[in-house]
Design a protein around this ligand. Structure first.
Ligand code: ADP
Ligand code: MG
Length: 443
């Protein structure tokens, strides 16, 4: 996939590429080998163009107009696997999103279609079951299930879903699909909800209906994201602070193009279980401990004998990572980037050695990034075992960074990475309101 930055050119499928315009905007475009061209611009213009595309596809499939809701993916700047330990995270919403077009139906059926996968599914709101079936539609149906279980009576609806968050790359296409459909379903039924509650119910859908024991971070930042800011989230209280990012720093995301699937799925839940086991063991000596959030480095050292070597290292990652999140937020608060490189490097090493969730491709990508000009810090991001790295890069050097890292990674690994130059974006929003449904339901 080729990613481009330009103000007014958005295409999302090979069929729709207008060769003439593509060449004008992309002088080096190689022609038919390009699979997909997407615009990296975030904000209104891209959103509006994509909303219009979703409206067109909705009309073609369902024959009516629709309202369109959009929710972003995210990149986590620092704080990995700390959310489910009731600790701290520092993610930002990004300019890749999922769009959900919706029109209410007279019956209690959900008729879903994913433009990304070219697949339709149906569900009956009166018979949703309580577990998914291992399909993509588990995400939107799970959200309907969680909303109904929380007392929000929904209406049947036609839904057309389409996004540009790469699926399964660690940028949370799952939260984007959940939050955009959740927002759409609530609106079609005329319910208001606050953003934190929507995030919590989307997480519940993913935990219980889809069966992935993810923390609250992804859904929270997809709901609450703010342009130009990361969110420092306390995952215990769900209080958060929008943290302005230094103006000259770009968030550059490097996709390794690998996902070691077997590890990625199972090991996430294994890490969670290990943390829970460590809490059980530590609380024998430290009765006030409810989660690893409550354990200090000194207490961990004093009680090391209660833990196996593996559990000790898992705890050390979580405890030191929580401190690093707060240190990075503090640097940004002071408008500083000095010291960022060391904190990001320590985070990566901790994930590689103590939490054991890195892989060769991620390590190589981080190592290559660290050698480039204008880099203020690099680390793997997301659940691990592939996916992406996050890099803070001086705006002036971002294009050079993109070109060099791409070439060096391809030489080292044999895969051409996707590299996205991003800015922090805003959270879920209504982008097109059907005339008959102008109520803004989200607070
Ligand atoms: P990530 O959140 O890192 O992208 P996940 O494995 O958590 O990876 O979620 C990806 C899954 O979410 C996809 O495999 C698919 O089932 C579902 N999904 C996300 N976006 C869409 C979409 N636009 N259409 C259909 N399914 C989607
Ligand atoms: Mg996900």
């Amino acid at each position: 996939m080729l990613m481009v930055r330009c103000p007014d050119f958005v295409r999302s499928s090979r069929d729709e590429i207008d060769d003439e315009r593509t060449r004008t905007h992309l002088p080096n475009w190689a022609g038919p080998t390009v699979e997909t061209v997407q615009c990296l611009c975030s904000g209104k213009r891209t959103g509006m163009n994509k909303a219009r595309e979703v409206l067109g596809s909705f009309k073609a499939r369902f024959g009516t107009g629709a309202s369109v809701y959009k929710a972003p993916g995210r990149v986590n700047l620092i704080g990995e696997h700390t959310d489910y330990n009731e600790g701290f995270v520092l993610p930002a919403a990004i300019g890749f999103s999922c769009w959900a077009g919706i029109a209410p139906r007279e019956d209690r059926k959900l008729v879903l279609y994913s433009g990304n996968l070219g697949e339709g599914r149906e569900a009956d709101l009166d018979n949703l079951g309580s577990r998914g079936s291992g399909q993509w539609s588990d995400y939107p149906i799970g959200v309907a299930w969680a909303l109904e279980a929380a007392g929000y009576r929904l209406r049947g609806a036609d839904l057309y879903i389409s996004g540009d968050v790469p699926l399964g790359a660690g940028l949370s296409s799952s939260a984007a699909i959940e939050v955009s459909t959740g927002y759409a379903l609530l609106s079609a039924a005329g319910h208001a909800i606050d953003r934190t509650k929507l995030a919590v119910l989307c997480q519940r859908a993913e935990n219980e209906f889809v069966g992935a024991r993810v923390g609250i971070m992804d859904q929270f930042v997809s709901c609450h994201g703010q342009a130009g800011h990361a969110l420092l989230i306390d995952c215990r209280s769900l209080e958060y602070r929008a943290q302005k990012l230094p103006a000259k720093v770009k968030l550059v995301i490097c996709n390794t193009m690998v996902k070691h699937k077997l590890q990625a799925g199972g090991e996430y839940n294994v890490r969670r279980a290990e943390c829970e086991e460590a809490v059980r063991k530590l609380s024998a000596a430290l009765p006030q401990v409810r989660s690893l959030r409550d354990v200090s480095s000194e207490e961990l050292a004093q009680n090391r004998n209660l833990l196996s070597e593996t559990l000790y290292r898992r705890c050390r990652h979580i405890i030191t990572e929580n401190k690093r999140v707060q240190d990075v937020a503090e640097l940004f608060e002071q408008g500083k980037v000095v010291g960022l490189r060391e904190l990001m490097a320590a985070s990566h090493e901790s994930m590689r050695d103590d939490y054991e969730i890195s892989c060769r491709e991620l390590d190589v990508m981080v190592e290559i990034a660290g050698r480039q000009r204008g880099v203020y810090g690099a680390r793997m991001t997301g659940g691990g075992f592939g996916g992406c790295t996050i890099n803070f890069v001086d705006a002036e050097h971002a294009a050079e960074f993109q070109a060099r890292v791409s070439a060096e990674y391809e030489t080292a690994i044999g895969l051409r990475p996707d590299i996205y130059i991003c800015e922090a974006s805003q959270g879920a929003e209504l982008v097109e309101a059907a005339a008959e449904n102008l109520t803004r339901v989200i607070r």
